[in-house]
Design a protein around this ligand. Structure first.
Ligand code: 5GP
Ligand code: ZN
Length: 123
């Protein structure tokens, strides 16, 4: 898609701090991080929003979701069990969809947001 910033990032026409790439997906650091770890996972193919997906995108979406825990582990923000059995760490995955969903970039992307708190908007 012409004029789509994430298509340009996927095509390496605009640089990004990438942390993962394969034939179908790219993951890179958000330029304005809301937390110590803030990644964006995108499909290389242009899809406007989650609400634009077609049945043939189901496997791609599964791949995006399955990548999140791997990247969180690599970035050091996966949940960890403490000696007393409690959990620490963790992250959230988020897909903003449409204006009321807070979507600003209209190329499907999944946020992976985590790391030690406080984060923006979080206690
Ligand atoms: P949305 O609100 O659409 O879910 O989130 C878009 C995200 O993309 C924002 O968190 C914003 O900081 C990030 N972003 C926008 N432009 C760029 C860019 O050129 N490079 C990178 N790395 N992140 C961007
Ligand atoms: Zn695009």
């Amino acid at each position: 898609m012409d004029n789509c910033i994430f298509c340009k990032i996927a095509a390496k026409q605009i640089p990004s701090a990438s942390v993962y790439e394969d034939e179908e997906l790219l993951a890179f650091k958000d330029i304005n991080p809301a937390a110590p770890v803030h990644l964006l996972i995108i499909p290389k193919v242009h899809i406007d929003t989650l609400s634009s997906i077609q049945p043939e995108h189901t496997a791609l979406l599964g791949k995006m979701l399955a990548l999140a825990p791997k990247l969180a582990q690599e970035q050091g923000c996966a949940p960890v069990q403490q000696a007393d059995g409690s959990l620490s760490g963790g992250y959230k995955t988020l897909i903003n969809t449409g204006p009321d969903g807070g979507q600003e970039v209209y190329h499907l992307h999944m946020h992976v947001i985590g790391g030690p708190k406080p984060w923006r908007g979080q206690r």
